[in-house]
Design a protein. Structure first.
Length: 525
């Protein structure tokens, strides 16, 4: 690599998304320009232009007040596809996307909107090598960004399993590499993705609590270079401008600076209450650390994530609470057996630990460099009804308990019958009176020896929730080889895991951060 190319590579690494503006400075050096001309061409402040020029000064040639970089060629940007072509491609993919879920406030964006979002981001930011994270992606924005050819590293987080499956299939069809992670953002952002993103895109629920929650998770996901951005959508009716004012208050609380607002940028098939369109906001953190920026300001403000963030369904802002039926609560507490128990979730007649508090503290325990004791002594008795049923399996994979009792909506019982879980746990229904919904199950760790190497590896992965899947698999292979007296190096174990589980998500995520389909494939190999 030449000295000039090396300097440009360092500038790209430093400026990240904003390297798109640095290009204008570099272009001016080809024929020569003054610092003032470079400021005018790039829109960067003089101090920033001087910072860009500093690593290039040994290579530049002064010509009076002008600066010239002899023989320099500006790195070319990847060409973007025409909007009509990208729109047509997204229409084909959108035709097969899963149905909208009203309880998640899904309103499908048009294919033209998908294309415009991706092209706008690719034109205004340097996405080549940038980590782009979509928080919720029923609108396939991640795929659209990938189809621009901008070279971004794509990751999606969603609570809707069919959406994650469709995104994974669409990425494969388009020849894209995409990491798909499951998360209910009311509980936590997957810790594996904390501080990982250059750009976060989200079209969140248009409630104040929904906007705040998704923006807090976006802040948690951003890296710390100072060049990160959050792009999000928001719309309101002409007669509900107070909601727009409340959004501005949320942005101020989170120390998010509005860089641009594009009115009516997003169009929808539906959402007539807001004119079937919403605005696109581009924001950046105002220099505070994530922990500071994500903390609501002022006395008395809510500091826990809101559980009711949608406009419809059991998690709607105005949805009433739902206590557990007495027979169900009694069966669940009785199944915990003798000894202390910790009640988790809503609906209990007595005091309990909030589900988000439990999930967050256990996640911090599982991923700590040096683990202390489990943060909640006693048998967890967890209510995931009515709207957290998808988290039941993840709670077991996250906590790796000796014993737990789960109250689960019946539609999520099959999640707990996953073959991957069976390598380490017995899951037994508990009679809970007439009706049968929600159901009660007792989850108990068994000590049956694994039936072969594959099962031994899976058991190790299940019982090591703090490790990334690929790392846990490698360590399991090494342990099995030691026990069998078979020589195996770390590199050999790593190569075997990579060959067996080629998905990029398995290399960077933990078991409880994976979609159900990925967990099924993991157990099938």
């Amino acid at each position: 690599m030449s000295d000039a190319a090396d300097a440009v590579a360092r500038l790209r690494a430093e400026w990240r998304l904003d390297f798109a503006r640095v290009r204008a400075v570099l272009a001016g050096l080809v024929d020569g320009a003054t610092v003032g001309e470079l400021v005018a061409a790039s829109g960067l402040p003089r101090r920033d232009v001087e910072a860009v020029l500093a690593p290039l000064s040994p290579l530049s040639k002064p010509d009076g007040d002008r600066i010239v970089l002899p023989g320099f060629a500006v790195p070319k940007r990847r060409p973007l596809p025409p909007e009509a072509e990208l729109t047509e491609r997204m229409a084909e993919l959108a035709a097969r996307r899963p149905p909208s879920r009203w309880r998640l406030d899904h309103v499908p964006a048009t294919a033209g909107t998908m294309a415009r979002r991706a092209l706008y981001l690719a034109e205004h930011y340097e996405l080549d090598g940038a980590a782009v994270l979509c928080l919720g992606d029923h609108d396939l924005t991640s795929i659209a960004v990938g189809c621009t050819g901008a070279g971004a590293e794509l990751t999606v987080v969603d609570v809707d399993e069919p959406v994650l499956d469709h995104l994974t299939a669409s990425a494969g069809q388009a020849g894209l590499v995409l990491s798909a992670a499951w998360a209910d953002l009311r509980l936590a952002l997957p810790p594996s993705l904390t501080g990982s993103a250059d750009l976060v895109f989200t079209d969140p629920p248009y409630t104040v609590d929904g906007m705040r929650l998704f923006l807090v998770r976006a802040l948690e996901a951003l890296g710390g270079s100072g060049h990160e951005r959050i792009a999000f959508c928001f719309g309101t009716g002409e007669r509900h401008l107070v909601k727009a004012l409340e959004l501005q208050s949320v942005l101020a609380d989170l120390r998010l600076v509005i860089e641009a607002v594009l009115p009516g940028f997003n169009r929808y098939d539906g959402a007539e209450a807001i004119g079937a369109r919403s605005d696109l906001y581009l924001c950046r953190p105002a220099g505070a650390g994530v922990g500071e920026a994500a903390r609501p300001a002022g006395p008395g403000r809510r500091r826990r994530p809101a559980a009711r963030i949608y406009s419809r369904g059991p998690a709607a802002v105005e949805a009433p609470g739902r206590p557990l039926p007495e027979a169900v609560a009694a069966a669940a507490v009785g199944a915990a057996g003798d000894g202390p128990a910790v009640l988790v979730g809503d609906g209990w007649s007595g005091d309990g630990v909030g589900l988000a508090d439990f999930f967050g503290r256990v996640a911090a325990w599982a991923t700590a460099a040096r683990r202390g004791p489990f943060p909640f002594p006693g048998t967890p008795v967890v209510n995931t009804d009515p709207d957290f049923g998808a988290a039941a399996l993840r709670l077991v994979l996250l906590a790796a308990p000796e014993r737990a009792v789960l109250v689960v909506p019946r539609r999520h019982l099959d999640d707990l019958r996953l073959p991957l879980l069976a390598v380490a746990y017995d899951v037994v229904p508990v009679p809970a009176g007439p009706g049968g919904d929600p159901a009660v199950v007792l989850v108990t760790r068994h000590d049956r020896p694994p039936a072969g190497e594959a099962e031994a590896v899976l058991r190790h992965i299940v019982l090591h929730p703090g490790a990334k899947v690929a790392n846990a698999g490698r360590d399991a292979l090494l342990a099995v080889a030691r026990e069998a007296g078979t020589p195996l190096t770390k590199n050999e174990a790593r190569a075997r895991i990579a060959a067996s589980w080629p998905s990029p998500a398995l290399a960077r995520l933990r078991t409880w951060e994976l979609p159900l389909s990925a967990l099924r494939r993991l157990a099938a190999r």
